[in-house]
Design a protein around this ligand. Structure first.
Ligand code: GDD
Ligand code: MG
Length: 370
C-alpha cells in the first residue's frame, strides 16, 4: 500500500530545534525521525511513501534519496505554495491508486496499521481516522463517534467548554482517493476544517478507529524530551541500533568511556562519544555521535545532538543540547532548557524553566541565571 506523509509544516513550536532542519528530520534517538517513521511503515507493509514537503525539500532528498537504503520507495514532492493538509494530498492525487495511508509527519506511534486497514475494509469505510485518548483535547482535533464507530462530528482545537470526548484525531488516516474530489484543486485546504466536515455532510462513510497504542505528537520541546524518555523506558515498540555494552547502555559505534565514569541505563551513545573521569550519566539519556563529556559532569534525562561538548563539573538535567554546541564548565541546564545548534554556553550560566537559546548564541561566563 502507498502512504502520503505530511511534512510541510514549519515546526515553529519546536524552535530552536527546527531553526536549521525540518521537524521530521530532527533526530530521535540519533536517527532522523522520518527515517524511523519510514522503517516502521516498511515493516508494516507500506511499499511506497510520498512525502508532501513545502520547504527544505533538498534536505529530505539528500538524506532519503529514493528510499532504497530504507527498503521502500520514497518520492519527495514539493508544493508550489502551502496547500494545507488536504491540499497537499490533493496535490499528489495523480500518484494514488487505491486506499492510501495518510500520516501527519510529527507523530510517534506504534499503531498496528494492518489491523486498522482490516477495520477500514470491514466497515466499508471511505475514510478511517485513528483515534487516541488524550487528557486535554484542546490542542488537537476532537472526533465524536457513535456506537458503531461512525464519525458524527469534528471539532478542531476545541475550546475547553466544547470538549465532549477525550478521543482525538491521531493523525493517521486511511483514505479512498475518490474523496479528494471534494477538495478544491490548487488551493489551500485542510483536512481538519475542510475535507473532514465536508465528507460528513455528504454522507460518506467515515469511521474512527480507536486505539490505545503508544501515541505522541512530538511537536513541542517537552514532548520531544518525553518521547525519548518513553522510547528508552520501553513504553513504545522500538528497536535500538548499536550493541549493549553494559546493562541497558547501547553504543552505536566505538565509544571512549573512562573507567571511573558511572553510567546508569537506559542510555544510547552515538559513535565516537567520549566520557571523562568520574562523569555520571543517568538515563534515560541519548548522546549523539562525537559528543564529549568532561570530568565530573552530571547528566540525566538529556538529549544531546551530534558533536555537543559538555565541560567539567557541568550539570544537565532534562534538557536538549543542539548540534555542535558547547556547554562550559560548571554550567547548569535543567527543567526543559533547549539549546539550539552551535551555541557557546559559558561557564556557570544557569538555564532552566524551558528557556530556549537560539542557534549560534554565545553566552559569556555567568551571564544568565534563568
Ligand atoms: N505538505 C504540507 N502542507 N504539510 C502540512 C501543511 C501543508 O500546508 N500544513 C501542515 N502540514 C503537516 C505538518 O508538517 C504536520 O506533519 C501535519 O501536517 C499536521 O500539522 P500540525 O501543524 O502538526 O498540526 P497539529 O499538530 O496542530 O494538529 C494536527 O495533528 C493532531 C494530532 O497530532 C491535526 O490533524 C489534529 O486534528 C490532530 O489531532
Ligand atoms: Mg502536530
Amino acid at each position: 500500500m502507498k502512504a502520503v506523509i505530511l511534512v510541510g509544516g514549519q515546526g515553529t513550536r519546536l524552535r530552536p530545534l527546527t531553526c536549521n532542519i525540518p521537524k521530521p528530520m530532527i533526530p530521535l534517538v540519533n536517527q532522523p525521525f522520518i527515517e524511523h517513521m519510514l522503517e516502521n511503515l516498511r515493516d508494516q507493509g507500506v511499499t511506497e511513501a510520498i512525502l508532501a514537503v513545502q520547504y527544505l525539500a533538498e534536505r529530505f532528498r539528500e538524506s532519503l534519496g529514493d528510499g532504497s537504503r530504507l527498503g521502500l520507495k520514497v518520492h519527495i514532492i514539493e508544493e508550489p505554495e502551502p496547500r494545507g493538509t488536504a491540499g497537499a494530498v490533493k496535490n499528489v492525487a495523480h500518484m494514488l491508486d487505491g486506499p492510501t495511508y495518510v500520516f501527519n509527519g510529527d507523530v510517534m506511534t506504534d499503531l498496528d496499521l494492518r489491523a486498522m486497514y482490516r477495520f477500514h475494509q470491514e466497515k466499508h469505510s471511505k475514510l478511517t481516522i485513528a483515534l487516541t485518548p488524550v487528557e486535554d483535547p484542546t490542542a488537537f482535533g476532537l472526533v465524536e463517534t457513535n456506537d458503531e464507530g461512525r464519525v458524527q462530528r469534528f471539532l478542531e482545537k476545541p475550546r475547553p467548554e466544547d470538549v465532549t470526548t477525550n478521543m482525538i484525531n491521531a493523525g493517521t488516516y486511511i483514505m479512498e482517493p475518490e474523496l479528494l474530489r471534494y477538495a478544491p484543486a490548487n488551493q489551500f485546504y485542510m483536512f481538519e476544517r475542510g475535507l473532514f466536515p465536508t465528507v460528513l455532510e455528504q454522507g460518506e462513510p467515515v469511521f474512527g478507529y480507536p486505539s490505545d497504542a503508544y501515541w505522541t505528537d512530538i511537536g513541542k520541546p517537552q514532548t520531544y524530551i518525553d518521547v525519548h524518555h518513553d522510547i528508552l523506558m520501553n513504553k513504545v515498540r522500538y528497536s535500538f541500533r548499536g550493541r549493549e555494552i553494559a546493562d541497558r547502555v547501547w553504543a552505536e559505534g566505538d565509544v571512549n568511556v573512562d573507567s571511573s565514569a558511572q553510567l546508569h541505563g537506559p542510555i544510547v551513545l552515538g559513535a565516537g562519544v567520549s566520557i571523562g573521569p568520574e562523569a555520571q550519566i543517568t538515563g534515560p539519556a541519548v548522546l549523539g555521535a562525537g559528543c564529549q563529556i568532561g570530568a565530573r559532569a552530571h547528566l540525566q534525562h538529556v538529549v544531546l545532538w551530534e558533536g555537543a561538548v559538555v565541560g567539567e563539573d557541568a550539570q544537565l538535567d532534562s534538557c536538549v543540547v543542539g548540534r555542535g554546541s558547547r556547554v562550559s564548565a560548571k554550567a547548569r541546564l535543567s527543567d526543559g532548557a533547549i539549546i539550539g545548534d552551535n551555541c557557546e554556553i559559558g561557564p556557570e550560566n544557569q538555564l532552566a524553566h524551558g528557556i530556549r537559546i537560539w542557534p549560534g548564541t554565545v553566552l559569556g561566563e555567568k551571564s544568565v541565571t534563568f
